[in-house]
Design a protein around this ligand. Structure first.
Ligand code: HSE
Length: 308
């Protein structure tokens, strides 16, 4: 195989209580990438569509992730990368993670899959570091593994796949403003009170249990963030109204998607998820805020090859 075309999915990181450790994979939104094996060694980015991003491989998350992989294996050929962005950078649904995972997944496939999924996440983390100044994997893991994932530990990297309840759907609303992850991380407090930590790890345990038990009521009770959301929500216009409306219209819970500005809600059933998305859209129409909405099932497959 000399050439591969990829669908690299958008993801929702944190899922309220799981800052930097929990994530889920979306189904309907994602970038397209094409990776080509070429005789010249090294990595080149030959096409970028849909966003203004650097072609310099050392300044592009896909390039940096690809170089991290190629440091770990000797090849006497190289790769060209084409990136067709559908996920807006700074939208909060894992735009940089999609670029980084697309690069490492594509190259790994063209090399005959020498690396495991976890190793691909490790390489892609170099791209996330370039994008946000931090090596988190909560968008990368669900993009590569699909479904819900838990990063149980970072040193060494330990990724756990979590069960996806069959009737769970995600609504996402994206106000068309950009929030840089690095800036959304800079406003966070570096210490947490024991009282808040106890609430948070109770909710993380509850959410994971709820997902495995397919207990929607337990999932609902656990979708709270005591630590990050109170600080970041001020960056998102109408956040409290969006969350309140989502829950009034039947969502199990709602919160900030990754570092924002997108807001996500989880619902039981597609019909409810659509109603929730429409209700959040009305909030933004009333506030005259340009936005996009998505309703998606959880993508349990993750990143994948598409027809060439
Ligand atoms: N866990 C990360 C954050 C996700 O919230 O900063 C965004 O990349």
């Amino acid at each position: 195989m000399e050439y591969i075309q990829i669908f690299s999915p958008a993801t929702v990181a944190n899922i309220s209580c799981g800052f930097d450790i929990l994530g889920l994979c979306l189904d309907t939104v994602g970038d397209k990438m094409i990776i080509r094996k070429v005789p010249e060694k090294g990595v080149r980015i030959t096409r970028i569509e849909g966003a203004s991003l650097p072609f310099d491989v050392h300044k592009n998350v896909a390039g940096v992730a690809a170089l991290a992989l190629l440091k770990a294996i000797e090849t006497d050929f190289g790769f060209e990368i084409e990136i067709i962005k559908k996920i807006k950078p700074g939208s909060g649904v894992g735009s940089s993670a999609a670029s980084a995972t697309g690069a490492v997944y594509g190259i790994n496939e063209l090399l005959g899959k020498p690396f495991s999924k976890s190793e691909l996440v490790q390489f892609a983390m170099e791209g996330e570091k370039l994008a946000s100044g931090s090596m988190h994997a909560d968008n990368l893991a669900p993009a590569i593994f699909g479904g819900f994932t838990l990063v149980r530990g970072y040193d060494p990297l330990d990724i756990i796949s979590i069960n996806t309840p069959k009737e769970l759907f995600v609504s996402v609303i994206h106000p068309e403003i950009e929030i840089k992850t690095e800036e959304a991380r800079a406003i966070l407090k570096k210490t947490v009170s024991l009282k808040k930590a106890i609430l948070q790890w109770g909710n993380v345990g509850g959410l994971i249990s709820g997902l495995f038990l397919e207990d929607y009521e337990l999932i609902s009770r656990s979708l709270h963030d005591e630590i990050v959301e109170p600080h970041r929500s001020i960056l998102i216009p109408g956040f409290n109204d969006l969350k309140e409306t989502a829950i009034q219209n039947g969502a199990l819970g709602a919160g900030i998607s990754g570092s924002g500005p997108s807001v996500f809600a989880l619902s039981k059933g597609e019909k409810t998820a659509q109603k929730v998305a429409d209700s959040m859209s009305i909030v933004y129409k009333e506030l005259d805020i340009a936005h996009k909405i998505y309703v998606s099932k959880i993508n349990t497959e993750g990143i994948k090859k598409i027809n060439q």
